[in-house]
Design a protein around this ligand. Structure first.
Ligand code: SPV
Ligand code: MG
Length: 274
């Protein structure tokens, strides 16, 4: 399954329309959309409400990025039911200290919690879910923190033992080698989750051949596409002194009204407005 990042319900709707199997409720994207760093600057409430809005807009599953779980195992116990109630189908929780720093930042602050502590957080997450099909995905940041493959494998297996339904293994190496050797060495029974932002040359077909990967997350392509498109259009309007040249190249207002759910409102109008 492939999951596309979304920072708002409209992006999620576009991802669903494009055929992605799930939505990634990305902390990086939401932080970027508020123009703040992805470093626990936004509150959990801000993220949670966006997850609720996304889940109520699309039919495909939502994988919520809860960063480090907003605290320790006690916090996690209270966080999980809220994400479940908001309509998420899964969460990803990473083994960094709170407050986290974003993984792909050059020279970022990447400090991990002890394995036993994170096992406790995973156990707390599993115990707190109401629906047994709600997935708890544990994210290993050992490669991001520069601790090497042995530590990454040790953590992945320990997190599986604690009850994680899948292991997200993240890497910021610009080639797939590091991830490929991790996947090859992985002896766990639960599936792996990859986020190939840093090594985009690894295609879905390549990943399918590895056989151990259940989900591929495209972590930030919605916000990057939006930023690129806005920068180009804004620059063109300033250059032209008006909107005369960009207008025809943009999605029409009618298209946007359609994406707002106009057909549904017309049904309501026809049925109930008298
Ligand atoms: C996110 O999209 O918020 C992620 C993936 O956690 S990454 O930004 O690559 O860490
Ligand atoms: Mg994140």
């Amino acid at each position: 399954m492939t999951a596309m990042a979304a920072h708002n319900p409209l992006a999620a709707r576009l991802a669903q329309d494009a055929g992605f199997g799930a939505i990634w409720g990305s902390g990086f994207e939401l932080s970027a959309s508020y123009a703040v760093p992805d470093a626990n600057i936004l509150s959990m409430g801000t993220h949670l409400e966006m997850m609720r809005a996304i889940a109520s807009t699309v039919d495909i599953p939502l994988i919520a990025d809860i960063d480090t779980g907003f605290g320790n195992a006690v916090n996690v116990s209270y966080v999980i039911p809220q994400y479940e109630a908001a309509g998420a189908s899964a969460i990803v929780m990473e083994d960094k200290t709170f407050p986290k720093d974003t993984s792909l930042r050059a020279d970022g602050r990447q400090e991990l919690v002890r394995i036993e502590e994170f096992q406790g957080k995973i156990e707390a997450a599993c115990a707190a879910r109401r629906d047994p099909d709600f997935l708890i995905i544990a994210r290993v940041e050992a490669l991001i923190a520069g601790l090497g493959q042995e530590e990454a494998l040790k953590r992945g297996l320990a997190y599986e033992q604690a009850g994680a339904d899948a292991i997200l293994i993240h890497s910021k190496q610009a080639t797939p080698d590091q991830i490929l050797s991790f996947v090859e060495a992985w002896t766990g029974k639960v599936p792996l989750v990859l986020v190939p932002t840093a090594y985009p040359q690894l295609t879905e077909a390549d990943i399918a051949q590895l056989g151990k990967v259940g989900v591929v997350i495209y972590g930030n392509h919605a916000i990057r596409a939006a930023v690129g498109a806005m920068q180009a259009v804004f620059a063109q309007i300033r250059q032209d002194g008006g909107i005369q040249n960009v207008d025809a190249s943009l999605p029409s207002v009618k298209t946007i009204i359609g994406l707002q759910g106009d057909a549904h409102m017309r049904q309501i109008e026809a049925r109930f407005l008298r």
